[in-house]
Design a protein around this ligand. Structure first.
Ligand code: NAD
Length: 500
């Protein structure tokens, strides 16, 4: 049994806390690895390494920092396959899906290589006679990232490329369920020439997280995960005087208007609801057909597609969906379907009966795609995030009713509308209170040079991830007002200085 270690000062460091937990292969249900769970002392060692590395790294010209990230980007391109395999064997997603995750992370690295331009300051000449003014963006110091299981490579890459490009040093606490991919990333960053201590990993659970949240040398915390933990991270971190961005859970609705291209909408729903077994914070988990006629036609199109889903391990040829991440999560998703049934919703396609018969995978955490009709807003399956391959249908009679439904949801990460009507699409994208909106695009994940973040209970804190929001989060502004002696005598000024 191998134990996955921490990574500090560009080297693997074995855990010393005496605590660990198994890491499973969700496709087989077997475990051949454990992951170390850091003690407070081990976290302190990682933070100390990052603190020691910060003065030199923050003074390294942005162009040189960017060049190291550029070399890391080339390594990622060359070894994307290896990283995708590391993701799939602990997360369960298909190989192609994992490759997509690597690409989306890599795009943030590409964005961060623009650091010299992105960090350019502002300068005003002659703000007063003989006086100039400049504003620059400086790094914060040691920053921490705490990440979820569902994108073990991409979500850390939403954070650290931008943080490092800005001159910060980084301590990552990845998900304890799939910690191998971040370790490969750390190894490749070192290979690309990143100095010791600039990027570190502590494996762990609540103990590691709480130590980071209370550590006086950690200046900012980026978090992605479920809403209750996001809220806890935000409240605890900000109470300690830290800058915090904490992205939480989601319940994403897709409105299908009567004028939509129904084949396009049905096909989009398949990928958006069942891709990655629904374990995406931008997955569509609620279809909102406007009128019963649209609902009936849409369901007729979806049933055969869901029944034909190719479900299997990540290396199965043509696999469209893998297993869920753990047996506990599988039980939770079963529990939600049971609760929907008990509450009177109609189980149209039932994934609970799915059996995986591929040899070696009989004990994997598989479930079939599930479609539930007649879901209403008083049901737990609408109110809570399921995070599995379960698509609920909430029927609505009009566009206004569909909008009202979405506005009443506590989550506001992503949403989409399928329509051919420009007025409707424009009104929807202007008025809907959701952070990321798609028009005939089911999963509107912003590109790296825009920013990713929801609204309401899907985010705590003021800054979204990557793009210019990332640069703002990982820097603080300093404005210097400059005057040079000209030899002229000046008398003391006792009134509030005005320069004009
Ligand atoms: P999670 O909240 O259970 O865990 C996230 C991180 O928090 C992990 O590193 C975990 O070790 C740590 N953690 C868990 N419990 C903790 C506690 N009590 N105290 C301190 N730290 C704790 O989330 P998950 O199950 O790994 O990921 C799935 C969730 O993440 C879903 O809710 C999903 O919507 C959300 N997510 C959101 C986004 C987004 O951008 N909004 C993106 C991806 C995932």
């Amino acid at each position: 049994m191998t134990e996955l270690a921490h990574f500090i000062n560009n080297a693997l460091v074995a855990g010393t806390s005496g605590r660990n937990q198994p890491v499973f292969n969700p496709a087989t249900g077997e475990s051949e690895k454990t992951v170390a769970l850091a003690s407070a002392d081990e976290v302190n060692t990682a933070v100390a390494a990052a603190k020691a590395a910060w003065p030199a790294w923050s003074k390294t010209p942005a162009l040189r920092r960017a060049r190291i990230l550029d070399r890391f980007k080339s390594i990622l391109w060359e070894r994307a396959d290896e990283l995708a395999r590391a993701i799939s064997c602990e997360h369960g997603k298909t190989h192609d899906d994992a490759l997509g995750e690597v690409t989306r992370g890599l795009e943030v690295v590409e964005f961060a290589t623009g650091a010299p331009h992105l960090l350019k300051g502002e300068f005003s000449e002659n703000v007063g006679t003989g006086v100039d003014s400049q504003s620059i963006r400086q790094s914060l110091g040691v920053v921490a990232g705490i990440t979820p299981f569902n994108f073990p490579a991409m979500v850390p890459m939403w954070m650290f490329p931008v943080a490092l490009a800005c001159g910060n040093t980084f301590v990552l606490k990845p998900s304890e369920r799939d910690p191998s991919a971040p370790l490969l990333i750390a190894k490749w960053l070192a290979e690309a020439g990143l100095p010791e201590g600039v990027f570190n990993i502590v494996q762990g659970d609540k103990e590691a997280v709480d130590t980071l949240l209370h550590h006086p040398d950690v200046k900012a915390v980026s978090f992605v995960g479920s809403t209750p933990i996001a809220q806890y991270i935000y409240e605890t971190g900000t109470a300690q005087g830290k800058r915090v961005q904490a992205l939480g859970g989601a319940k994403n609705h897709m409105v299908i208007m009567p004028d939509a291209d129904l084949d396009m909408a049905a096909s989009a729903l398949m990928g958006a609801a069942f891709g990655s077994a629904g374990e995406r914070c931008m997955a569509i988990s609620v279809a909102v057909p406007v009128t019963d006629a649209v609902a009936d036609a849409l369901i007729d199109k979806l049933i055969p597609k869901i029944e034909a889903l190719k479900i299997g391990p990540s290396d199965m040829k043509g696999a469209e969906m893998g297993p869920l991440v753990t047996s506990q999560h599988l039980d939770k998703v079963h529990g939600y379907i049971n609760s929907g049934e008990a509450d009177g919703a109609k189980i149209v396609v039932d994934g609970r009966n799915f059996k995986q018969d591929k040899q070696g995978c009989e004990n994997g955490y598989f479930i079939g795609g599930t479609l539930i009709d007649n879901v209403t807003t008083d049901m737990k399956i609408w109110k809570e995030e399921i995070f599995g391959p379960v698509l609920s249908v909430v029927r609505r009679k009009s566009y206004d009713e569909a909008v009202e439904l979405i506005q009443s949801c506590q989550y506001a990460n992503g949403t989409a509308i399928f329509t051919r009507d420009g007025d409707t699409a424009r009104a929807f994208s202007q008025d809907i209170e959701v952070g990321m909106v798609g028009v005939n695009v089911p999963i509107p994940v912003p590109m790296a040079f825009h920013s990713f973040g929801g609204w309401k209970a899907s985010i705590f804190g003021d800054h979204a991830m990557h793009g210019m929001e990332g640069i703002r989060f990982y820097t603080r502004i300093k404005t210097t007002t400059l005057r040079w002696p000209t030899g002229q005598r000046s008398d003391p000024e006792f009134v509030m200085p005005t320069l004009g």
